[in-house]
Design a protein around this ligand. Structure first.
Ligand code: FPP
Length: 245
């Protein structure tokens, strides 16, 4: 794929629990299969020239889940990272994370830092996992840092621009989201990349995340390519009522 391929695709991987329950299995089985789908979609995305893939893996709200489910997701994350390091190296993928990982066990934090370090020179695609991430918290923390820097004279209030805010977010250096995909039938953004997805195109799917395939992903990209993006401007130059254009 070439022209109009989205640079940054973000995914809300929803429906693991419901998928597992529909098969009479435990919710955690859904997360386990969901982690395998992550690998498939990561490979597919890097293969078609996506430069940034960002996955909502654990939200700031997910701590409300039963402790046993949280423990399972964290241990799955540890296993996934160790196992997937190879895939990152073979496919030249840079691994990255956003969110406050200090809330995770030290072992998980260490693995996250280590995989990030080992893959930092890879350049085909950046895979970012959003971990203990919430957009409102991200924006609140950015505001606090901006206020502190302004108070300390490192920043002048009159110079604060959208670019300044971008540079205080944990997505600093990443382009805006072009396409946001959500599986699992719900049609909401759930505190994910609110600032970064301001002009994103949305694709909602009725499939649960464990059922999501490479072909669904390609279909979503094709759908994106058909969309007319105006960024608040006009579709095309039109004649105004007084004849000017
Ligand atoms: C939403 O399904 C999914 C999550 C809260 C976590 C996403 C986690 C994975 C895809 C698996 C782990 C991934 C890695 C990389 C280790 P849900 O439980 O909210 O589903 P439901 O809406 O059916 O309850």
């Amino acid at each position: 794929m070439s022209d109009k391929t989205p640079v940054h695709v973000a995914i809300i991987m929803d429906g693991n629990g419901r998928w597992a329950l529909s098969l009479g299995k435990n919710r955690t089985y859904g997360h386990y299969i969901g982690s395998k789908v992550v690998d498939k979609i990561t490979k597919a995305a890097s293969g078609i020239g996506i430069k940034y893939l960002t996955l909502y893996t654990f939200s700031t709200e997910n701590w409300k889940r039963p402790k046993s489910e949280i423990r399972f997701i964290i241990s799955l994350l540890n296993i996934y990272l160790k196992k997937t390091e190879k895939l990152f190296c073979e496919n030249n993928i840079k691994f990255n994370f956003i969110g406050n990982i200090k809330a995770f066990p030290e072992k998980t934090q260490n693995i996250l830092q280590s995989v990030t370090q080992k893959t930092k020179h890879n350049e085909t695609m950046t895979l970012t996992l959003a971990l203990n991430y919430g957009s409102r918290l991200e924006i609140t923390q950015a505001c606090k840092k901006i206020a502190k820097d302004a108070k300390e004279g490192k920043l002048s209030i009159k110079d604060i621009s959208e670019g300044t805010i971008n540079s205080y977010l944990c997505t600093k250096g990443m382009p805006d989201v072009d396409l946001l995909i959500r599986t699992g039938s719900e049609k909401r953004i759930s505190n994910f990349l609110l600032w970064e997805a301001s002009y994103a195109e949305f694709v909602f799917l009725d499939k649960y995340w464990p059922e999501f395939t490479k072909s669904d992903f390609i279909k979503a990209i094709k759908e994106f390519k058909k969309r007319q993006r105006n960024f608040g401007g006009l579709r095309q130059t039109i004649k105004l009522f007084n004849g000017t254009s």
